[in-house]
Ligand binder design. Structure first.
Ligand SMILES: NC(=O)C1=CN([C@@H]2O[C@H](COP(=O)(O)OP(=O)(O)OC[C@H]3O[C@@H](n4cnc5c(N)ncnc54)[C@H](O)[C@@H]3O)[C@@H](O)[C@H]2O)C=CC1
Ligand SMILES: NCC(=O)COP(=O)(O)O
Length: 341
């Protein structure tokens, strides 16, 4: 890890304590990383030491006071803003009692970004089910949690990976909701908002001057002229026409089954999928373990891994840290591309 006292501070949240997040964060701190950065994990220091030890890492955890500057450290050291687990955690065994700990780490990291103490936050996976079982009914993920914490109306989930020489970016019009609710959720207002945010943040955080976004239809063959569904005619086409009049480069709706072929991807800065499992299987097929999840529309920079808590691998040392590296790379690129606040 290359750290300099003037390098950006990145707040890391290890996520679900029973999952692979804590050990991946420990590995990140111990593996060589060339870009200048100062990492600080928002976590239980005992958990971080114990998970590092369990996978054979000699990690030195340095506990910081809340107002103490994040120091420049070397490989094998990790600065931590300490938060206590509610109960000790065993790798692979969920305990909903620790859900409030998980949410507290997210709040602290987000507030550090909002106050300028950190330049960005990078999140390891949380377990949505455990958080809901703890009583946070309706909890659907970091994306919506950070939307509410930051008081913004809408955010956009986008995952990105490398595809040969170019980037494959897949954004979602809807995120974590049952499939049968997707059609109703896809209102003209939502779609317009999502496309405006996507356009805005591709410019703001990725330095793309005139982003070209290709938009999937919802139905097979993009509705087959209304014979296989009307959402294209009633919602998607009118919104795209309106946005083109405003100067946005948006194309579609295109049949989703062929939109992800090389010919159709060429030249597109992002693809907008209508729902989670229309876009993400393609992205993960192309780059699982080498992709990052980015929340657009927030007043802070947040990236995350492309995978979940992998309870089956927790504590084994076999989880692939690749996506966490990509999420960190992506956060730093966004910090450098973004206008100073
Ligand atoms: N950013 C986040 O907070 C995310 C959280 N989740 C949550 O994770 C929980 C479990 O979700 P699942 O659908 O089971 O997905 P999962 O990604 O945890 O596991 C799916 C499969 O991929 C493997 N896998 C996952 N990460 C891996 C890694 N780094 N290296 C090697 N293999 C890996 C697992 O062993 C498993 O076989 C759910 O509660 C879900 O909501 C899922 C995706 C993202
Ligand atoms: N499939 C992506 C995912 O579940 C991540 O959600 P979030 O916790 O980043 O909102």
């Amino acid at each position: 890890m290359t750290e300099r006292s003037d390098s950006p501070v990145i707040a890391l949240t290890p996520g679900e304590p029973a999952g692979i997040g804590p050990e991946l964060v420990a590995r990140l701190a111990c593996e060589p990383y060339e870009r200048p950065v100062r990492l600080v994990a928002v976590a239980d220091p005992h958990l971080m030491r114990e998970r590092a030890r369990s996978i054979g890492l000699a990690l030195e955890v340095i506990e910081l006071a809340a107002d103490e500057p994040v120091p420049a450290l070397v490989s094998g050291q990790l600065a931590v803003w300490p938060i206590a687990l509610r109960e000790p955690s065993r790798a692979g065994v969920l305990n909903p009692v620790n859900a409030d700990y998980v949410l507290e780490t997210l709040r602290i990291a987000a507030h550090a970004c909002l106050s300028g103490q950190a330049a960005a936050m990078v999140t390891a996976p949380i377990h949505k089910g455990a958080i809901i079982e703890a009583g946070h009914i309706g909890f659907t993920g970091h994306t919506e949690f950070l939307r509410d914490l930051c008081g913004v109306e809408e955010v956009v989930m986008m995952l990105a990976t490398r595809l040969g020489e170019s980037a494959l970016r897949v954004a979602l019009a809807t995120t974590h909701l049952p499939l049968k609710e997707v059609s109703q959720a896809l209102t003209p207002a939502l779609l317009e908002h999502v496309l405006m945010l996507l356009d805005q943040d591709l410019r703001r955080h990725f330095g793309i001057d005139q982003p070209l976004v290709r938009v999937c239809g919802l139905n097979p063959h993009a509705g087959e002229a209304g014979h296989l569904g009307r959402e294209e005619i009633d919602v998607i086409i009118p919104v795209l026409e309106k946005l083109r009049r405003k100067g946005l480069a948006v194309e579609g709706p295109l049949p989703a089954d062929t939109l992800f072929t090389p010919h159709h991807l060429e030249g597109a800065d992002a693809i907008l999928a209508m729902y989670h499992d229309q876009g993400l299987p393609v992205l993960k097929h192309a780059g699982f373990g080498r992709a990052a999840n980015i929340t657009l529309g927030l007043p802070l920079i947040r990236t995350s891994v492309d995978h979940g808590t992998a309870l089956d691998l927790a504590g084994t040392g076999q989880a692939d840290p690749g996506s966490l590296h990509v999420a960190l790379d992506m956060a730093l690129e966004m910090v450098h591309a973004s206008p100073a606040r």
